[in-house]
Design a protein around this ligand. Structure first.
Ligand SMILES: [Zn+2]
Length: 286
């Protein structure tokens, strides 16, 4: 395990390759999500830096998050081109699970597929910039929702494989968006909604389609979940009125007063930046 260095002291500078931020639920539901920026072995506690100047400088280097090799360009959020073409996790079927081709014998890494795709998946409703449907491995809750900046989430169905979750999601997409409007998410004016009522409405509307999926995959392949909705608060002191985004590829120095963190975005008074997009970029943080 790499050494972990806490770098909470303002003025302290650390350097390393970016991973997506660590987002953790607080001890109490009315407290904000707890964020740490991760650069190499360093972790920078962000909640206590809000209101303070923060500077991120890209050194120009990018290291593949999988093999560690230097790469000029990042593919699929932090991979070198060979890993991007070789790894199952970079295949298009991960984004479109209904196109899973494991049973055609063409999975790029069948053992990885067995471990990651043949395990329980959850179909959920979330409110990030309005109602959306999504899928995730059971073990990825609530991380998936926090990464999207959802203010509410409700698991509604459980299935046995990633592909099945894709079929169910396709059905729900007839009625609900599956994307977050990140600008709306960052502006913070998202209204809370009654996700349980939305679930009941959609299950009624889509009853025929769900029945057909159960006919194909087995009566108990798609299981109804009875769980309460979860609510999340984000550490944001000022929401941006106009969303301007930073990009290390165009301007390697990103600095400003940190006003909040939501999803995988830092909100600075100079603009916002999606840190996940720059996974693998070597950054100096101060
Ligand atoms: Zn690589």
């Amino acid at each position: 395990m790499p050494r972990v260095i806490e770098a909470a002291v303002p003025g302290f500078s650390v350097q390393g390759c970016l991973s997506k931020m660590a987002a953790a639920l607080p001890g109490r539901q009315d407290q904000p999500v707890v964020y740490h920026l991760r650069a190499g072995e360093h972790r920078v506690a962000l909640n206590e830096r809000i209101g303070e100047p923060l500077s991120l400088r890209w050194t120009g280097a990018i290291a593949c998050t999988h093999c560690g090799r230097a790469t000029k360009k990042s593919f699929a959020q932090g991979h070198c081109y060979p890993c991007f073409k070789r790894l199952a996790q970079c295949d298009t079927c991960i984004m479109k699970p209904e196109t899973c081709h494991f049973f055609q014998g063409t999975c790029r890494e069948p053992e990885w597929g067995e471990r990651h795709c043949f395990q329980p998946h959850i179909v959920y409703l979330a409110n990030s910039s309005g109602l959306k449907v999504g899928i995730t491995r059971k073990t990825q809750m609530p991380t998936r929702w926090l990464d999207q900046g959802a203010i509410q989430a409700l698991p509604i169905l459980e299935v046995d494989t990633r592909q099945q979750s894709g079929f169910v999601e396709m059905l729900f997409k007839e009625q609900v968006a599956d994307r977050t409007n990140w600008r709306a998410m960052l502006k913070g004016d998202v209204e809370t909604m009654d996700l349980s009522a939305e679930r009941d409405r959609l299950l009624t509307l889509l009853a025929d389609g769900l029945h057909q999926l159960r006919e194909t995959h087995g009566a108990d392949a798609i299981r109804l979940l009875e769980q309460p909705a979860q609510h999340f608060h984000y550490p944001v002191s000022v929401f941006p009125k106009k969303v301007v985004s930073h990009n290390f590829d165009k301007q390697p120095l990103v600095e400003g007063v940190l006003q909040g963190v939501k999803g995988q975005y830092l909100i600075l008074d100079s603009g916002v930046i999606n840190l996940r997009k720059f996974t693998g970029y070597e950054i100096q943080v101060s």
